[in-house]
Design a protein around this ligand. Structure first.
Ligand code: BGC
Length: 384
């Protein structure tokens, strides 16, 4: 799986610069966390991309609460999906000499200057969920198995189309096809979007090759399928355009690969406005998702959205806190993967978490029995 996980955004990558032991707290840096300091004297800088996606709000809250419970001071900032704002927030945190940085980037390759400055100041940096690329000065990465997210999305689509059975084996009574699908990807400046796409396409490819599946728009490149900044409206508009261009005269569309719940809901709006559905039982195409947002879990419970992916952000926040604490105590966080995430300049030691596929038949078990949402929240489609 080497080198598959990094998609260079315009830079030339070589394996030459790979050093696992590099750490921002070492080298030319003057400062760095003082291992003898009291937690209350230590500040963790946390930058998050946006509050428009539910998950980043939960991630932020979980990180902040967890660190504060341990006595640390937290400076947390959201950047409204604006890259210069995020750069300024980091510049300011570095000037104020925070002791460690947790960074969920907007554009993973746009923060090299800040990462260099952090390293020079001895501030360790942790990439959160999204890989920071094109920089040697990334010390650790906490994330989910992002390739597996894409595999799960595609498998759920194949299951929804009747091509796989409930054990995700080829179904005995699979339709012959061709079945029509359309493909959506996330924002190209987010390394994750490429991994989700690759996992999904690798899984769908045999069915596309043998003609069981077809993409009537012909839009099969990630560039054509991408959704800049992961915006719901952009996905809805693209779906509307696909429908008016390629699905007139009652032409059937069976499924849509959608990489995140807000995009799924935009796509579902477009499909319903076109007179499809309103539920899967009534002919709505099966639409995938990601993040288990409450509005989408309700749609799954109501038989409207087909699937999502559960990534427990409580666990991710916990891992970020564990990593931050290791740096603050003068140590190195423990990685469970030191091979996969090549950022173009180094392989970033990582801690990867597992993901789960959520469907109508298991959302109660995964989302409610686990205590993530209450039954009432799922019924209303809103968290309390
Ligand atoms: C995250 C997804 C999220 C997407 C849009 C990705 O980097 O991994 O969980 O849906 O960004 O915010």
């Amino acid at each position: 799986m080497h080198n598959r996980r990094m998609f260079l955004l315009g830079a030339a990558g070589t394996a030459a610069a790979v050093t696992l032991a590099a750490c921002g707290g070492e080298g030319a840096g003057s400062g760095g966390p003082d291992p003898d300091a009291e937690p209350s004297d230590l500040t963790v800088g946390v930058v998050m991309p946006t509050q428009t996606y539910e998950r980043w709000v939960s991630d932020g809250n979980n990180i902040k609460e967890g660190l504060e419970e341990k006595g640390y001071t937290v400076d947390m900032q959201y950047a409204d999906d604006d890259i210069p704002t995020q750069q300024q927030q980091l510049d300011q945190m570095i000037t104020q000499e925070v002791d460690v940085l947790i960074i969920a980037s907007i554009d993973g390759s746009a923060l090299s200057a800040q990462l260099d400055a952090a390293a020079a100041a001895g501030i360790p940096t942790i990439a959160y969920d999204r890989l920071l690329t094109d920089s040697e000065n990334v010390d650790f990465y906490v994330t989910f198995d992002n390739y597996e997210v894409g595999v799960n999305q595609a498998n759920s689509l194949l299951y929804g189309l009747g091509l796989l059975d409930e054990n995700f084996e080829p179904a005995d009574d699979a339709p012959e096809g061709p079945l029509s699908i359309e493909l959506f990807a996330g924002s190209l400046d987010d390394n994750n979007a490429h991994l989700f796409w690759e996992g999904a396409i690798d899984t769908l490819q045999p069915y596309l090759d043998d003609g069981t599946l077809e993409v009537p728009s012909g839009q099969m490149d990630i560039d054509q399928a991408a959704t800049q900044r992961w915006e719901q409206e952009t996905a809805q508009t693209r779906m509307e355009n696909l429908l008016t261009t390629h699905y007139t005269g009652g032409k059937e569309l069976h499924g849509v690969l959608a990489p995140a719940d807000p995009l799924s809901r935009g796509i579902i709006n477009a499909l319903q406005n076109d007179g499809r559905g309103p539920s899967i039982e009534e002919g709505l195409p099966v639409v995938t998702g990601q993040d288990s947002e409450i509005a989408s879990i309700k749609l799954i419970a109501d038989g409207i959205q087909h699937s999502t992916i559960f990534k427990d952000t409580r666990d991710l926040a916990e891992q970020a806190i564990v990593a931050a604490e290791s740096f603050l105590e003068g140590g190195e966080p423990e990685a469970n993967d030191t091979e996969t995430y090549d950022n173009g300049m180094k392989v970033v030691p990582s801690y990867l978490l597992e993901v789960q596929m959520v469907l109508e038949e298991n959302y109660e078990e995964i989302m409610i029995d686990s205590g993530y949402y209450t039954e009432e929240e799922v019924e209303s489609g809103q968290t309390e």
